[in-house]
Design a protein around this ligand. Sequence first.
Ligand code: HEC
Length: 134
Amino acid sequence: MKLSGLRVAALLTGLLVLTCGQKTSPVLPETCETQVDFARCIQPIFNARCVRCHGTNGGLSLEEGQAEQNLINVPSTCDPAFLRVAPGFPQQSMLYLKITDDPAKCGSRMPPSGDPLPQEEIDLIRRWIESLAP
Ligand code: HEC
C-alpha cells in the first residue's frame, strides 16, 4: 500500500512537470515570455481566434496592419465611456474586459462562442496593454 501511494505521488509529480513544461499556446513564440512585441505575440492570437469575425468587412478589424490602430485609444462602440485599449490600463480597456468576461464589459464575452482564450494568451494581452503605458 505504501509503495503504490509513492508510485501515485511520483506519477502525479511527473504529470505536473510535463504539463508545466509544455507551452499551452502553439501560436506563440517563446520570446513573448520576456518581451511582448505586438506583431509577434498578439497579432497571431487575433489571426487564430478573432479575424474570422473581425475582418475588414465593417466593425472592428483585427487584421494584420489594422488591429493596433483600431484598438489603441479608440472608443469602444458598445460603450464609448471605455477605450478599446487604454494604454497602461487593462481594467479600463474594453478588449481586456471582454476577453476576461468582466461584469463591467458591454456586449458579449470574446470570443462569443466556444472556449475562452487560454489564460496564457489573456496574460499576454494584459502585459501588452500594460507595456503601452506612456
Ligand atoms: C463569432 C464571431 C466573433 C468572434 C470569433 C470574435 N468576435 Fe469580437 N465581436 C463580435 C461581435 C458580433 C461584436 C459586437 C457585439 C459585442 O460587442 O458584443 C464584437 C465586439 C468586439 C469588441 C468590442 C468592440 C467595441 O468597439 O466595443 C472587441 C474588443 C472584440 N470583439 C474583440 C474580440 C477578440 C479579441 C476576439 C478574439 C479573441 C473576438 N472579438 C472574437 C464577434 C466576434
